[in-house]
Ligand binder design. Structure first.
Ligand SMILES: [Zn+2]
Length: 310
C-alpha cells in the first residue's frame, strides 16, 4: 500500500522521540511534525504487544521472529525480523518516520541484513542505515542498478505525496529466487509475487508454514491502482500461491489491522487467497474500469483501468 492520503488524519501532530539506548550514534534527522500519523495515545494495542520507542508495536511470533508494526502511521506498516544463530533478516524497513535500526539492534546481536519486499517508499524507510542490504535478483531490479548501486526511480518509490526522496543504496547480496535463502538454520524461499508492483517478493518459510506476504495480500485496501500494478499479474500470482502453498499456512501481512480498532499484527489465511483469486477472475471478465471491488470482509481491491492490461 502506498500514497493513501489520510483524510481522517490530516493535521500536524507533535511528538517526542525516545530511542532505545543502544550506545550507537543516531544518524538521522527525524521529522518532528507529520500529518501521516495519529497520536500514540489513540493506539489500542492487542494483548501481548509492547510499544517500543513510543512508536513501534512489537509482537514476538516465536523465539526468533518478531513483527514490528507502525500502527500510528496511516498505512499501518508491519516489518518482520527473522533471526537464526548469528544472522538476522529484516524484511522491510518501514515508513522511515522513526528509525527502525536501533530497535532491531536492541532485539538481536546477530548480523542484520535489510531486505525490502519492493521499492515503494513505505518499505524502504532509512534503508541506507543498514550496512548490509539484500535485494531480490529480479531483472526489473537489476535494471535500476548500476552494478550493485541502486537509485530507486521516483515512479517506483512513489514517496512524493509524503515529501519523501527516493534513496540510493548499495546491494550487498542479490538473492536468487531459484534457490532458498539460508539464514543460519532457517531456510527461506523468496517468491516473486507481482501484482501490487512488478518487483514485489514474499518470503515463504516452510518450517513454520508462514508466508511473509508483504504487499501482495494484506488487510484493508489492496492497491492495484498505483503505477505498474497489474491485475493479470495479481491473478497469476494468486493462482500460483494457491497451487504451491499448503492450506494450513499462516499469512502475515505488511499492512492493516487484524480486528478493526485493535492494533495487532495483520494476518490472513488460505481462504483469503481463494477469495482474492475468485474476485480477480471475475473482475478480469469485465471491461477495464477504475474503481474498487470487495474481496471479502478483510479486503477491498482498488484498481484502475490501466491495471486491467498492465
Ligand atoms: Zn506498502
Amino acid at each position: 500500500m502506498v500514497n493513501h492520503w489520510p483524510s481522517t488524519l490530516l493535521g500536524l501532530f507533535c511528538f517526542s522521540f525516545k530511542s532505545v539506548d543502544t550506545g550507537r550514534p543516531q544518524v538521522f534527522d527525524y521529522p518532528m511534525t507529520n500529518p501521516f500519523e495519529r497520536p500514540i495515545a489513540e493506539l489500542n494495542l492487542a494483548q501481548g504487544l509492547t510499544l517500543e520507542n513510543d512508536w513501534f508495536a512489537l509482537k514476538q511470533l516465536d523465539q526468533s521472529t518478531w513483527a514490528i508494526g507502525e500502527p500510528a502511521y496511516h498505512q499501518m506498516n508491519w516489518s518482520y525480523l527473522l533471526v537464526s544463530n548469528d544472522e538476522a533478516l529484516l524484511f522491510d524497513t518501514g515508513s522511515g518516520y522513526r528509525p527502525i535500526a536501533p530497535l532491531v539492534r536492541h532485539l538481536t546481536d546477530a548480523h542484520i541484513s535489510a531486505f525490502p519486499s519492493h521499492m515503494h517508499h513505505d518499505h524502504l524507510g532509512n534503508i541506507s542505515s543498514f550496512e548490509r542490504i539484500i535485494v531480490a535478483d529480479l531483472p526489473i531490479l537489476r535494471g535500476i542498478a548500476k552494478g550493485n548501486q541502486i537509485t530507486v526511480p521516483d515512479d517506483m518509490f512513489l514517496g512524493a505525496s509524503e515529501g519523501q526522496t527516493a534513496p540510493g543504496f548499495s546491494v550487498s547480496h542479490w538473492a536468487s529466487l531459484a534457490q532458498s535463502l539460508t539464514l543460519g538454520e532457517r531456510s527461506l524461499h523468496i517468491l516473486h509475487t507481482p501484482g501490487h508492483s512488478p518487483d514485489s517478493v514474499s518470503i515463504w518459510e516452510p518450517a513454520n508454514a508462514t508466508l511473509f506476504a508483504a504487499d501482495f495480500i494484506y488487510r484493508g485496501e489492496l492497491y492495484a491502482q498505483t503505477p505498474y500494478a497489474s491485475l493479470p499479474d495479481y491473478l497469476a500470482t494468486t493462482k500460483h500461491l494457491l497451487e504451491i502453498l499448503p492450506k494450513n499456512l499462516r499469512i502475515v501481512c505488511a499492512h492493516g489491522q487484524t480486528e478493526a480498532g485493535t492494533d495487532d499484527m495483520p494476518e490472513l489465511a488460505y481462504s483469503d487467497l481463494t477469495d482474492l483469486h475468485v474476485t480477480l477472475e471475475r473482475l478480469l471478465t469485465e471491461a477495464p474500469h477504475t474503481g474498487e471491488t470487495r474481496v471479502n470482509d478483510h479486503m477491498l481491491l482498488m484498481h484502475s483501468s490501466e491495471s486491467f492490461s498492465a
